[in-house]
Design a protein around this ligand. Structure first.
Ligand SMILES: [Zn+2]
Length: 384
């Protein structure tokens, strides 16, 4: 069966790369609704040729999204959820718009993060469909349009549908050494607003400088960093109106990452205590959680799912490594429901979120084969 899958996918390489070009040439930054709506039409068009139930899900404040299902999945059988996002980090007016290929690589906005993954998912389904194997597998393919901004609109869909499935495969880009992702750190985005009392800077004596208090807080927050488990970064400071005025307000934007829900709790308590503790008399601080994703630990269930994929790769003649990735994705939300999830199944590449973004061309086909074989192996556990 591996040979037949590989044969079909190899025979359709040019077609798959043409689809990749088509998708990359649609500018689809997370706030670019017209571009995202065009992406949704393109994905619905492609999936419509493979899956019997495909719907564009309309959204008003965000780009439209796409849901495609096989008949068993549409009838409610618990099966496998495939997830990929259509949005990129590049704004509508970016100068990074070109798709190009050389002998080794494909380049372009979103080629790695993660239109290459969408193409790998599509060709995995196409191969199984061609071999008459897809119709019996309960598969739901979801393409969202807001992952890069924390999936505010699609989180509800993901939460509800994760629980309707027994496993999930996420098509974010693979690691540069072919790694798939078995765990991810969680993340909190926080805002600390420090308030003091403004007055003329020339006046001697104690002063309630919001900025000075914020400086103490920056040092305390940065001290929470340990080697690997926890990272804290104060990434933006805003406050003050000029050198001759004691600042009455200073805002800190903070990114905090952790490996487990236990670490998250501890970190949150420590950050709260830094917010509550004032070194400079007369100042106060308000702490807001503005975004966040739970941790995706390398659970036994995830490792079992990885083992299924690893065996498929071994049968196709190569080693499949796995990694704990520090960035977040929709896999974090899925993992939070206790559903086994494997991420990083998209093509191998690097330099995402930059205009140097690329994927290794040959890995588009390799990952399509891997996803197809893994879907097939998993389907053996869901008798129709
Ligand atoms: Zn991504």
């Amino acid at each position: 069966m591996y040979d037949k899958i590989a044969e079909y996918i190899a025979a359709h390489e040019a077609e798959a790369l043409a689809l990749l070009r088509r998708l990359v040439e649609i500018q689809s930054g997370s706030w670019n609704k017209p571009g995202l709506d065009r992406m949704a039409v393109a994905m619905a068009d492609v999936l419509g040729g493979i899956l019997p139930q495909v719907r564009v899900l309309p959204y008003t404040s965000h780009g439209n999204m796409v849901q495609g299902q096989t008949l068993p999945a549409a009838a409610g059988s618990r099966g496998i959820l495939l997830v990929g996002h259509m949005d990129t980090v590049f704004p509508a007016d970016t100068s990074f718009t070109m798709y190009r290929e050389d002998a080794q690589n494909c380049y372009g906005p979103g080629v790695y993060d993660m239109k290459g993954g969408l193409v790998a998912g599509v060709y995995a389904l196409k191969a199984l469909d061609h071999l008459g194997l897809l119709e019996k597998i309960p598969v739901t393919f979801f393409c969202n349009s807001d992952e890069e901004i924390g999936s505010p609109a699609s989180k509800t869909w993901i939460d509800e549908n994760a629980m309707r499935n027994t496993a999930a495969l996420v098509l974010e880009g693979g690691g540069i050494n072919r790694e798939v992702v078995t765990g991810r750190k969680g993340r909190m985005g926080l805002r600390m607003t420090v308030r003091g009392q403004a007055r003329h800077a020339a006046k001697p004596g104690p002063k309630a400088s919001a900025l000075l208090e914020a400086a103490h807080k920056v040092i305390a927050l940065e001290a929470l960093n340990n080697n690997v488990e926890i990272t804290v970064n104060v990434g933006r400071v805003e406050g003050g109106i000029g050198p001759n005025t004691v600042p009455d307000t200073t805002t800190l934007l903070v990114d905090a990452r952790f490996l487990s829900s236990h670490d998250q709790q501890r970190l949150e308590e420590e950050i709260r205590s830094i917010a509550a503790r004032n070194t400079i008399p007369g100042t106060s601080c308000e702490l807001e959680m503005i975004s966040g994703r739970p941790a995706m630990p390398q659970s036994a269930a995830n490792m079992k799912l990885f083992e299924v994929a690893r065996l498929q790769a071994a049968a196709m003649g190569y080693d499949l490594p796995q990694e704990l990735r520090f960035g977040v994705s929709d896999a974090n939300y899925i993992a939070d429901h206790g559903i086994p999830v494997l991420d990083g199944l998209g093509p191998v590449g690097d330099m995402d979120h930059s205009d140097q973004e690329y994927i290794v061309k040959q890995s588009v086909m390799e990952r399509a084969c891997l996803v197809a074989a893994t879907l097939l192996a998993l389907s053996a556990t869901f008798p129709s």
